[in-house]
Ligand binder design. Structure first.
Ligand code: PGA
Length: 255
């Protein structure tokens, strides 16, 4: 059985005041939940967030890392530093980084391996653009993105990956993939992971991301291969984020 997981990707939003307001509120609303909850604020707020999450069952994640332990890499942050700051998770290969920061599949694969080597659990994002979907290339695109990471980490570590399917056209647009559209992709990705490393596909958690809100979360999370969500905009509102996490409660039973 796969435990449901909901991660909040704050992107480049927030302030110390916001971290101090949102995290205790989220913790208060989510006491005793069985769903695994991860909060990913920007780098400067990780230490503060770690302090505020102490004593809760919720985890801290970062939004990127540099695939090296230390060295002359101005402006970069390593997996070891993230661990040191209290992170146990890291989001990798988000489409905003693939498109805006020229991250290709090979770079995402290196980062995933570096994350695992540092003891972090990577959430690897994959997803097609609207023109790729319209061109019938969805499965080809996401399979190449996942395949590169599977190859990069190898069959022994494949089960430690978490995948987030985030159609680019659904991110921050208010357009959500239908539960059936998302399930179709998740099902294919799971088969691909299982073919790569037998057993891994069955345990690997696959999150859906792209305009998830409290109002649509339950119908997405009820799908057999959707194990939770990666939440952008809605994670900046404690009530909305907590409601999304609560929508995942009890959805593990058939997964
Ligand atoms: P959104 O973002 O929920 O604001 O669409 C999701 C993401 O980019 O991870």
């Amino acid at each position: 059985m796969r435990r449901t997981l909901v991660a909040g990707n704050w992107k480049m939003h927030g302030s110390q005041a916001m971290v101090r307001a949102i995290l205790p509120d989220v913790c208060g609303r989510l006491q005793g939940v069985a769903t695994e909850v991860v909060v990913c604020p920007p780098f400067p707020y990780l230490l503060l967030a770690a302090e505020l999450l102490q004593g809760s069952s919720h985890a801290l994640g970062a939004q990127d890392l540099y695939p090296g332990a230390s060295g002359a890499h101005t402006g970069e942050v390593s997996g070891q530093m993230l661990r040191d700051a209290g992170c146990t998770w890291v989001i990798l290969g988000h489409s905003e980084r693939r498109a805006g920061k020229c991250e290709d599949d090979a770079a995402v694969a290196r980062k995933a391996k570096a994350a695992l080597d540092a003891g972090l659990r990577p959430i690897v994002c994959v997803g097609e653009t609207s023109s790729q979907r319209e061109g019938g290339l969805t499965f080809e695109v996401v399979a190449a993105q996942l395949g590169a990471v599977l190859d990069g980490v190898g069959s022994d570590l494949a089960a430690s990956l978490t995948v987030a399917y985030e159609p680019v056209w659904a991110i921050g647009t208010g357009l959500t993939a239908s539960p059936e559209q998302a399930q179709e992709v998740h099902g294919r990705l799971r088969l691909q992971a299982e073919a790569f490393a037998p057993g891994a596909g069955k345990v690997m958690r696959m999150l859906y991301g792209g305009s998830v809100k409290a109002a649509n979360a339950a119908s997405l999370f009820a799908m057999p291969d959707i194990d939770g969500g990666l939440i952008g905009g809605a994670s900046l509102d404690a009530g909305e984020f907590a409601a999304i996490c609560l929508a995942a409660e009890g959805m593990s039973w058939n997964k």
